[in-house]
Design a protein around this ligand. Structure first.
Ligand code: SF4
Length: 285
C-alpha cells in the first residue's frame, strides 16, 4: 500500500506553545490546573496529567496554585474568579485566537451584526459570546445561517479552526440577503494549510486516515473533507484503533493529522501502518 502523507503534521505553533507553557508551570512546582483539556487531544492531556497538570471540570475546582489557560482561551469571568482566589495565571491562549476575537470585536464596534461560523459550545465561541453577547450569532451550518434574521449591515467571522469551504458557502448565501456584507477571514493559517493539503491528497488516494482527537474541531474538519469526497475515511486518536481490514483493496492511502496531534502518536500510527503493510504483502519477511 502506498502512503501519501501530508507535509504539515503534528502540533501547530499555538498548541506547541500551550503544551510548553503547561509543562513549564508543572516544573515550577505547586499544583497546576487547566479548566477542561488544555488542547483537544486526550493522549497529550493524559501525559500532561502525569507531569502534574490537572484538569478541572468546573471553575469552582480551581482553588490554589497555577491556572493555565487553554490554547482556545477562557472567559474573563473565570479569570477574574481565579485571580480573586489568589491563583497565578499562565495565559496560553493562542495569539491567533486573540487576534480573531479582536477582529470580531472591531467589526461589532463598527455597528455590524456579526455571524460567526463555529462549533456551538467550543471554548473559543463561548469566549466570543461573552465578549459580544447578542451582537454575535454562532452558526455551525449553512442551514443554521439561513435561519438567522439578518440586519442590513452584516459582518462574518469564523472560529479559527473552521472550514474554508463552509465559510465560502455561507458567505455566498448571505451576500444575497443583505445590503452590506463585510467578511473577515479569521481562519488560522495553520488550519487552512492542512485543509488545502487534505483537499489535494483526497484526489490521489483510495482511503483517508485522519489522526487526532475525536473532540478536535480542526481534525474533524479534515475527516469531513475525505467523507465529502466519498472516500472511506477513518478518524483515529491512536494506532491501536486501526483495523487491518480497513485497507483491503486500498492501493493508496492518504494520512493527515490535526493541529493538536503529537509527533509520537503520528510515529506510532506510521509504524502500525508499516506492520499492516508488511503483514499483507506476499513478500513479507
Ligand atoms: S490551530 Fe491556529 S489558532 Fe489554533 S492553536 Fe494552532 S495556531 Fe492557534
Amino acid at each position: 500500500m502506498k502512503i501519501v502523507m501530508a507535509k504539515h503534521m503534528g502540533f501547530c505553533g499555538g498548541v506547541r506553545r500551550a503544551v510548553d507553557m503547561a509543562e513549564q508551570a508543572a516544573r515550577s512546582g505547586g499544583p497546576v490546573h487547566t479548566l477542561g483539556p488544555l488542547i483537544h487531544n486526550p493522549q497529550v492531556v493524559e501525559r500532561l496529567q502525569q507531569t502534574g497538570v490537572n484538569v478541572a471540570a468546573q471553575p469552582t475546582e480551581l482553588d490554589a496554585g497555577t491556572f493555565v489557560v487553554s490554547a482556545y482561551g477562557v472567559e474573563h469571568a473565570v479569570l477574574d474568579e481565579v485571580r480573586a482566589r489568589g491563583m497565578a495565571v499562565v495565559d496560553a491562549t493562542c495569539p491567533v485566537v486573540l487576534r480573531a476575537h479582536a477582529m470580531a470585536e472591531k467589526l461589532a464596534s463598527e455597528g455590524y451584526q456579526i455571524i460567526c461560523l463555529g462549533d456551538h459550545g467550543h471554548p473559543e465561541m463561548i469566549t466570543l459570546k461573552e465578549m459580544l453577547g447578542d451582537r454575535v450569532t454562532i452558526v455551525h451550518t449553512r442551514e443554521e445561517a439561513a435561519k438567522v434574521k439578518v440586519a442590513q449591515r452584516l459582518g462574518v467571522v469564523t472560529q479559527t479552526t473552521q472550514s474554508m469551504e463552509n465559510l465560502r458557502l455561507i458567505v455566498g448565501d448571505l451576500a444575497l440577503r443583505v445590503k452590506e456584507l463585510k467578511v473577515l477571514n479569521t481562519l488560522c493559517p495553520a488550519i487552512t494549510v492542512r485543509q488545502d493539503e487534505t483537499n489535494a491528497i483526497v484526489e490521489q488516494v483510495d482511503a483517508l486516515l485522519v489522526i487526532g482527537g475525536l473532540g478536535s474541531s480542526n481534525t474533524t474538519r479534515l475527516a469531513e473533507i475525505g467523507r465529502a469526497r466519498g472516500l472511506p475515511t477513518y478518524h483515529v486518536e491512536t494506532a491501536g484503533e486501526i483495523a487491518p481490514e480497513w485497507f483491503h483493496g486500498v492501493e493508496t492511502l492518504g494520512v493527515v493529522s490535526g493541529a493538536s496531534t503529537p509527533e509520537w502518536i503520528i510515529q506510532d500510527v506510521m509504524h502500525r501502518l508499516d506492520a499492516i503493510g508488511n503483514a499483507g504483502s506476499p513478500h513479507a519477511h
